[in-house]
Design a protein. Structure first.
Length: 192
């Protein structure tokens, strides 16, 4: 029996040592959207809205050096949130079980399950949208660092459309018909 113990104990110890540490579970798409992208987009819009000119651009004369720094920082922060989505590994999980996403349960709102199906159909498309947003925010940060209102204004102005294009494909495609009707009627120009 002693000989068996000498063989089994070291084998068990080696087996325990060879286990790879468990990787932390990646965040869900919903967590990144809610906790990072959404709030950071609001930061960009807050600055842009405070300094909007009559042509929906940035009024450079109203922007202080501190405002430009805040805008550059907000753009970089949003870029990081977008890259977090772009770098999600398969399988991308939309939401943890039992979590309700925004607009779920309201008319025209989609469920986490239906969003999951949309993402599962085209995870690379989701990543492409996120990479596009990340690039726009890199361009915005560069413009803000240069105090370039002529470049920064249109990027901020188009941000809603950039977000909406991804949302209509993945988050609430059931609203595409309504958005198309608004576009046809000449409604919200950010939806064109």
């Amino acid at each position: 029996m002693n000989k068996l113990a000498w063989a089994v104990v070291p084998a068990l110890l080696l087996a325990g040592c060879s286990k790879k540490p468990q990787q932390p579970q990646q965040k869900t798409l919903h967590e990144i959207m809610k906790d990072e992208v959404d709030v950071r987009a609001d930061d960009v819009w807050d600055i842009g809205n405070k300094h909007i000119d009559p042509n929906a651009g940035i009024d450079a004369a109203s922007m202080s050096d501190e405002d430009w720094k805040k805008l550059a920082s907000a753009a970089v922060n949003l870029q990081q949130g977008a890259l977090a989505i772009a770098n999600l590994k398969d399988p991308i999980v939309v939401a943890k079980p039992g979590v309700t996403i925004a607009d779920e349960g309201v008319p025209g709102g989609d469920s986490a399950e239906s969003v999951q199906q949309n993402v599962d159909k085209d995870p690379q498309g989701l990543r492409d949208h996120a990479n596009s947003l990340a690039q726009d925010m890199a361009d915005l940060a560069t413009a803000a660092n240069k105090h370039d209102a002529a470049t920064a204004g249109p990027i901020i102005n188009q941000l809603d459309g950039v977000c909406e294009s991804c949302h209509l494909e993945f988050w609430y495609p059931s609203q595409k018909k309504l958005v198309d009707e608004i576009r046809k009627e000449g409604g919200d120009p950010t939806l064109k």
